[in-house]
Design a protein around this ligand. Structure first.
Ligand code: GLU
Length: 282
């Protein structure tokens, strides 16, 4: 049986962009006869708050969604992401990065102008690493992209929605724009890409349905799946909902939240209709 997931981070209240995403994922589950899973991506304890999580469940139920329980909460599974990191360490595909934001910005500035590639660090030499560790300097674990690409060989992923310029079907993986991505953050000890691939496999997700803003992330995630021997889901990136100004809705721009829309007396069916979904049958 197939499975799809809606994987929000509880860093604020949900707005119509989230509603569109959740409804799209839910509708895909219905069409595929697949399981619908909600996953709480709360590894970033500096930004995630339990009240936002509780509010999110209320909003999703208001929209008419039903999901499997218990819900997987990433903060309860940090050991699993660290185990995946360990596998990559043993394969020599990650390195400790002591680089500060400023050093990274400078390195990017001195890169050739036409290079669309992300940051590439230099793994520290053993004696330098030992000295910095002894001095208690904080570090992140980064993927050694060149080594990872050599180990994995050519890869592709299958897009059933649309990427930039309408690309779809089999897409060659190119993680160069992402560079040596962080797989374990200095501050929270784990990071997004690794947690996502571990959980997509754990939850047996067959179709990753999510916003087009995460299309580029797919290149990195497909590479990590190959390195960790995890199964490959299909991908479907959907359009992003924009506001009256034509810009994508975002928490940081104070997009109106579903709860305030509800408080204004707007019905869930009206929101569903505005987003292109039929009324809730219940
Ligand atoms: N937690 C991510 C977000 O809220 C989504 C991750 C994903 O769908 O892969 O943007």
């Amino acid at each position: 049986m197939g499975a799809v997931r809606f994987a929000p981070s509880p860093t604020g209240y949900l707005h119509k962009g989230h509603a569109f995403s959740a409804l799209t994922v839910f509708e895909t589950a219905r069409q595929l006869g697949a399981r619908f899973v909600v996953r709480i991506e709360d590894i970033d304890f500096t930004r995630c708050r339990p009240p936002f999580e509780a509010a999110m469940f209320e909003d999703l139920a208001w929209l008419g969604l039903e999901w499997e329980t218990p819900v997987l909460r990433q903060s309860a599974h940090l050991a699993d992401y660290l185990a995946a990191l360990e596998t990559l360490k043993e394969a020599g595909l990650v390195y400790r990065s002591f680089a500060t934001r400023k050093e990274i910005a400078l390195a990017m500035l001195s890169a050739p102008h036409d290079a669309p590639d992300g940051y590439r660090g230099v793994p520290p030499a053993a004696d330098e690493e030992a000295a910095r560790l002894a001095a208690g300097e904080p570090f992140a674990w980064r993927l050694n992209l060149a080594a990872a690409q050599a180990a994995a060989g050519p890869l592709s992923f299958f897009e059933t929605g649309e990427g930039p310029d309408g690309v779809h079907g089999a897409i060659a993986v190119d993680a160069d724009p992402a560079g040596d991505v962080v797989l374990a953050r200095k501050d929270v000890g784990v990071a997004y890409h690794l947690a996502v691939v571990v959980d997509d496999a754990r939850q047996r997700i067959t179709d990753v349905v999510r916003g087009a803003d995460l299309f580029e992330a797919t290149h990195v995630q497909r590479l990590l799946q190959a390195l960790l021997g995890l199964p490959e889901p299909r991908y479907h990136h959907h359009r992003l909902i924009t506001g009256a100004d034509g810009r994508r809705l975002a928490k940081r721009d104070d997009a109106e939240t579903l709860r305030s829309i509800r408080e204004r007396g707007v019905t869930a069916d009206a929101v569903r209709a505005e987003l292109g979904f039929s009324p809730h049958p219940g």
